[in-house]
Write a new protein. Sequence first.
Length: 254
Amino acid sequence: MQISGNTIFIPGSTSGIGLALATALQAKGNTVIVGGRRTELLDEIATEHPELDTVQIDTTDPESVRAAAATVVGKHPELNVVIAMAGVMAVEDWRDPDLFLASAERVITTNVLGPIRLIAAFIEHLQAQRDATIVTVSSGLAFAPLRATPSYNASKAAVHMLTESVRLQLSDTSVKLVELVPPSVATDLLPGQRESRFAMPLDEFVSEVVVLLETQPDAKEIQVERVKFLRYGEARGDYDQVVATLNNADPHGH
């Protein structure tokens, strides 16, 4: 993915990593459209960041995804990048179905079905572009599990393998698949995560991501240094130690 000259749609970017990345990519010379469920947040962003366009979208609702895709492509026919940022994380207790089932269904719907629906809505348009990119967002927890968040871990592992598989299918098209793999980042994904001493500061994370995009335009995965401890535990042969360290030290292992 080239760092500039793109038209980029980022569903799930009304706060946190998504909004910070949206503003950073716009500053690099891209047209950026922010997508989110809550119209009041979109209105605030439109006022505070008039350089960004905004579109209402709920990736848990198939009709909302279809309508948003039609709006974005209609207004920005040069769209060539979609970043599937929307995601949720929840602490679950799997010893009692009343304490995990509803949460697990919500996490899987948002984190797995959401990106699938986005790809379905935009893939024909993207294949018609000379150079296009789909960016998925997994997590270090796709590669080492945090005990407190089983569904989230599983959803991000699914995103990783989905990305690997779709990349193979689209290898003869103009569409590239890039996987963004965050570590724990200081956002509000979980209560208290913004204040966690284990979380990477948001501005540092986004700055490193932008540098990686700029210096590694052909990268298949965007991995900041902080995530490699989780990402490569199995390859290094210290997976059990990684899992033990993660679960003894970090309540916000995203």
